[in-house]
Design a protein around this ligand. Sequence first.
Ligand SMILES: Cc1ncc(COP(=O)(O)O)c(C=O)c1O
Length: 423
Amino acid sequence: MIQVNKHIQDLKPSATLNINQKVKQIRSRGETVYHFGFGQSPFPIHDSITTALAIHVKNNNYLPTNGLELLRDQISNFLNKHQEIQFDSDSVFIGPGSKELLYQTILILEGVFLIPKGSWVSYLPQIKSKNGNYEILETLFKNDFKLTSEVLEDYCKKNNQVQKTLILNSPNNPTGAVYSDEELKSLALTCKKHNVIVLSDEIYSQINFSKNFSPSIATYYPELTIVFGGLSKVFSAGGYRLGFMALPKGLQELKSIYTSLFSETFSAVASPIQYAAITAYKYEYSLQNYVKESSHILKIVSEYIHANLVSMGISCTKPEGAFYMMIGFENFKDKLQSIGIQTSNQLANYLLENYSVALLPSTDFYFQKDEFFFRLAFVDFNGEEVLKAFKNFDGNNQEFIKIHCPSIYYGTQQIMKCINHLI
Ligand SMILES: Cc1ncc(COP(=O)(O)O)c(C=O)c1O
């Protein structure tokens, strides 16, 4: 019997993986699935980035552990100009995806990690893999599952001895919610009062449905906020595996620790990818326009789904950014229980088997099993084709979605059909 680190062995395949595997199986039989489970950008990478990659493809040098200086400069400028937060380039670190940088940060920091209910699936397994301490903080549907300063204050007051690290994600996966300036100011005050370190996951920052970027808690709490970002979402380049983090003034003592850990683990991110990323973070007008257009398309798609599902009595968070919303069948709980459905996992299977709709149960996002909420990702369409068609968009959302995003259109119809059968 091979001995394995118990905390890593205990990690379970997530419900997300489960559903994705089932969808694959069904599709391999040639059957249709309306896939609201998968959260990858549907858009193609902008030509300026692929061209830069091609130019540097022969570069086989190891680059500096913390990342290419020119890229770190460019990200520092980008954060200043396009996210309105200040970090000098010396405080910017490049890694193979923001996920890895979050993980290394979690490895480095002691104390307790605070996760608002309705957060990204990977935070907790990362904490568990090092047997770390954590607390899930309560959030409510009426606030689009955003953390309030009252809940944070309450926790901090009761746990004032231990070092606390809050993981905050805006725009949010799974809810699509964006924290407002007011909400961030209020959270920042509480964090300041209790010296809470904040890991601000801003990977979707520029995918915002009404502004060019999303407010950052680093604006109001620059002392102890580490900002995370990367190429995966805004630039639709998840497979390039490049992320960054920016370390605040109050945590400069960690710099050499990060450098050591990076150099003993991943060494440095692939050199051609770092050169390609310089072009991304120059963020010239054509790229800004591409991000604006893709965000506009996501907005239209999200509004279409939201309006239709709400009209059926489904509880939906209102996305203001990212690729997701949470939808709840709480109003139909009695009916669902009467046909033997007791958990969100069972309901996910029921929807897949009977309506060909794939949704992710909220248990992966820190909800209880009997809370009938799901993450709905609205990216199951051909982004390249939709971007082209969008040039002639005439304002008729329904027609546009029916023609160009058929999986979204018919998938929404299927969820509505399920409700019609229940009532
Ligand atoms: C909220 C959130 N944070 C971080 C990541 C990781 O992104 P990366 O590709 O930079 O590792 C994702 C990817 O799905 C995400 O949704």
